[in-house]
Design a binder for this molecule. Structure first.
Ligand code: NAD
Length: 331
């Protein structure tokens, strides 16, 4: 063995049911803020995303991977969106699993349930954008979307500013009680509004699965920060493309924003250029000023990057072993 390091001979499995007891919103926020900063410094990068309509169950399935050299996290998240799950199988529509590999040998290290992890890391991303881009005096929180992710998004967002009220619109109005409950749990009143009513919001999060824009440019007032979190696939679109031309646009990753994110449409129609899309990581690192005036619209195009998943999954694996809730399998 001289001169050779003994390498991992086990695979660690952390099942979905254990994630809730392992990852807090604060942990997810910290991991995501850190990895956005690393991406912007060039010490971590994402691989091109594979995302396919598989021609069965209307499902979109794919892989998001990356390598964070600083955190030594290598791996991928496999999964996607099954729109009929809830109705047909009583399962949530978003299903995924994270696989981590040993960067020294390529051997598989861990398999981690990715569903709750996805919701927490996605909510952390919009929260990080609110922390760095929303006006400090934001009081009215606006939600577009009331599905599975929306509740996590709202819960995390409300921790970022002293909000006094939540307003919301959803394509399926019968789902609005999902977000009303979260607002009320935080001690805030909730009001269902028409899309035009969003002009009252200081911060808006959109998290829907639509392929046709529902939020028009004139629904959003000057000074608003909007986090567009639903568009993570070619063809999806939540906001009118001209809103991106009116806003200062930030994203988790520029390559994803212009190909599978909200910016794909504004770029395709020539309304903005790639150089108009800025990394949120640059704002975190202080190399981009972020919001520069009180009436500027800031827009975060949150496409969801593999490195977010790897960052939170890595921290979960260590904790799961420490707490004795991981299954350790010998090779
Ligand atoms: P869900 O099925 O639980 O909810 C879907 C939401 O979209 C509901 O609010 C529904 O009313 C709304 N909706 C459906 N059809 C619509 C239409 N035609 N027009 C307007 N709204 C419509 O899904 P979810 O798990 O909450 O995920 C929502 C979206 O977020 C999905 O598109 C998913 O792919 C995306 N997502 C993105 C990330 C990311 O990192 N950016 C992460 C997870 C999920």
């Amino acid at each position: 063995m001289s001169g050779r390091k003994r390498k991992t001979k086990t695979m660690i499995i952390v099942p979905e049911k254990e994630i809730a007891g392992l990852l807090t919103r604060a942990d997810a926020f910290e991991a995501v803020e850190k990895v956005f900063a690393s991406m912007s410094k060039g010490s971590a990068y994402n691989f091109p995303v594979i995302r396919e309509a598989i021609g069965y169950e209307d499902a979109l399935y794919g892989f998001k991977g990356g390598f964070d050299k600083a955190g030594m996290a290598l791996g991928l998240k496999a999964g996607g969106y099954w729109p009929n799950n809830l109705e047909k199988h009583g399962e949530i529509n978003h299903q995924s699993t994270v696989f981590l590999f040993d960067p020294d040998t390529g051997k598989v290290k861990a398999m981690v349930g990715g569903n709750l992890l996805t919701a927490l890391r996605t909510a952390a991303a919009s929260s990080v954008s609110i922390k760095h881009l929303a006006r400090k005096d934001a009081k009215v929180m606006g939600m577009v979307g009331a599905g599975h992710q929306a509740t996590f998004q709202l819960r995390a967002a409300l921790e970022q500013r002293d909000f006094e009220k939540v307003i919301g619109w959803n394509y399926h109005p019968e789902m609005l009680p999902n977000i009303e409950r979260v607002a009320n749990e935080a001690g805030l009143p909730f009001e269902a509004v028409p899309l035009e009513g969003l002009a009252e919001a200081d911060v808006v999060i959109s998290i829907t699965s639509t392929f046709a824009p529902t939020i028009m440019a004139d629904h959003i007032a000057p000074g608003t920060h909007i986090a567009c979190m639903g568009t993570d696939t070619k063809g999806k679109q939540e906001v009118e493309a001209s809103l991106l031309a009116r806003a200062t646009v930030f994203t988790d990753e520029v390559a994803q924003s212009i190909s599978i994110g909200e910016a794909q449409h504004a770029i395709a129609s020539g309304l903005i250029e790639q150089s108009d899309v800025h990394e949120l990581g640059a704002v975190i690192n202080g190399t981009h000023p972020g919001r520069t005036s009180a009436d500027e619209i800031t827009l975060f195009d949150g496409t969801g990057v593999g490195l977010q998943d790897l960052a939170v999954a890595s921290s979960i694996v260590d904790l799961a072993v420490e707490k004795g809730v991981a299954t350790i399998v010998d090779f």
